[in-house]
Design a binder for this molecule. Structure first.
Ligand code: ADP
Length: 458
């Protein structure tokens, strides 16, 4: 599998000294995952794993307090899972330099019901303050209701739109689990009996929260198949909001041709890899993914560069509006960062729709290309965070990540730059689906940063 390339400014060997804010020592990391992120961290020069299981909370607290007195924590960087964060965040004492994955209440954006609630709120506020036209820029999420709390409003809406298809999804589950489509209210009678009534399950005190959402019946199809687009977004601060967008990602296709005749067939309607790979005719070598670059080239060739550009600008809008919808709600903490996986679906008019936002997008690779993509994204997350202090801090691009929002929209340095996949000019610093020569770019920025640091007296 791919190895990290040596570039100027990288430390040249594992034992080399770190010149970053941590002084003259290695960067100590913890990692709760056993997948690509661990490979990336282990291969990173100058980084050292803090091994062993996490000690019990009380012991850890004492250790941390002792280490704090000595002026150090036991880790500098923690790629933790959400469970660890919830169990430990409120009792953690983080030091200036420590970085940890996830903001405390990331679920405000990543739970399906809360995401829509927050979007609805900002949409209303925008309409009040800036008018209807401006609020239309929020028309990117399908009509959604939370169940059981909004069941009656949903039924009213259902009656107004007889015949359309709805999709039912558990608010806090992933990988397509518990999802089903329906056309008639009587089709959810069985579900209501099981999920809606708290007393049918003695282990559950309240009924599980679901969202019911208008199903996008006219998805954009390629080769007769439906797909959605995975987009990687790195947020390093909510206040001010600072957002990096990764150029590469992928489109995930369903294995079977799209049809509305068989709404109970998950292989037709759900594009999750976890679902598709269980299809009897799934071919792991062929897989069901396209790189975002391939998708952008396809759309450009078929519909012209303006139409393709509008698709990707629409995705930028989704990213920024959704993050703004929780900007005042997320507990901002300078130690925290988030790497989101956005799922976006196109309809047959090329309009992008937000399906959901994942705080823990899958980092397990489904093949070599997928591994290389994830390896690159994760390395560039670390490059942006720059614990090694190798950058100037003024960069607008780091590897495959472009800074698209820094307390306001970021424009390209030249005013207009070309997306070399389709020769589109743009002034915004957003290049989703554009050419991504990340290693070459890293070499250039590290060389430039080194030269600048040498010429500037510290
Ligand atoms: P999960 O968290 O379980 O992956 P998602 O909300 O991402 O749940 O839905 C799973 C899949 O179902 C999506 O990848 C998409 O293919 C399909 N899907 C979800 N919501 C819609 C919708 N409103 N219209 C059309 N397809 C949808």
């Amino acid at each position: 599998m791919s190895k990290s390339t040596r570039v100027p400014g990288y430390m040249q060997s594992k034992g080399a000294r770190n010149r970053g804010p941590l002084g003259d020592r290695e960067i100590r990391y913890k990692c709760s995952m056993q997948n690509t992120i661990l490979d990336v961290l282990r291969a990173r020069p100058g980084w050292q794993e803090v091994s062993g299981p996490n000690p019990p909370q009380q012991q850890q607290l004492q250790q941390q307090q002792q280490q704090e007195k000595k002026g150090e924590g036991d880790w500098d960087f923690h790629w933790c899972d959400r469970e660890w964060l919830h169990a430990n965040y409120d009792t953690m004492f983080l030091q200036e330099h420590q970085k940890i994955l996830h903001f405390r209440n990331h679920y405000e954006l990543t739970r399906k019901n809360l995401m829509v609630k927050n979007l609805k709120r900002l949409r209303k506020q925008t309409e009040r303050e800036m008018g209807k036209k401006e609020a239309e820029s929020f028309d990117f999420y399908p009509t959604t209701y939370e169940l059981p709390s909004e069941y009656h409003i949903f039924v009213e809406e259902f009656k107004k739109n007889q015949g359309i298809i709805w999709i039912m999804k558990p608010a806090a589950k992933s990988q397509g689990r518990g999802i089903f489509l329906f056309r008639k209210l009587k089709d959810i009678t069985d579900w209501k009996k099981g999920e809606y009534q708290p007393l049918t399950d003695p282990n559950r005190e309240v009924p599980e929260t679901y969202v019911v959402q208008r199903y996008i019946e006219d998805p954009y199809l390629i080769g007769g198949r439906k797909f959605d687009i995975r987009v990687y977004v790195l947020v390093v601060s909510y206040n001010p909001l600072k957002v990096w967008l990764y150029r590469s990602g992928f489109a995930r296709f369903s294995n079977s041709r799209f049809s509305l005749d068989s709404i109970e067939d998950a292989y037709v309607h759900l594009t999750n890899v976890a679902v598709q790979k269980t299809a009897p005719d799934y071919d792991p070598d062929k897989g069901c993914k396209w790189a975002t670059q391939q998708l952008r080239s396809y759309l450009t060739a078929k519909h012209g560069s303006d139409a393709a550009r509008r698709v990707f600008q629409g995705i930028d809008n989704i990213i920024i509006k959704s993050l703004q919808s929780v900007q005042k709600i997320i507990i901002n903490d300078k130690h925290c960062f988030e790497m989101y996986g956005y799922d976006v679906l196109l309809d047959d008019k090329l309009k992008p729709w937000l399906i959901e936002i994942n705080a823990s997008p899958s980092l397990t690779a489904s093949g070599k290309d997928d591994y290389d993509l994830k390896h690159g994204v994760l390395n560039d997350v670390l490059n942006v965070l720059d614990l090694e202090n190798r950058l100037t801090g003024k960069e607008k691009r780091v590897g495959g990540f472009d800074l698209i929002w820094d307390d306001g929209a970021v424009t390209t340095d030249d005013g207009a730059m070309e997306c070399s996949v389709n020769s589109v000019s743009t002034t915004s610093n957003s290049f989703l689906g554009c050419h991504c020569d990340r290693k070459k770019h890293l070499r250039e920025i590290y060389t430039a940063a080194q030269a600048l640091k040498k010429s500037t007296p510290s």
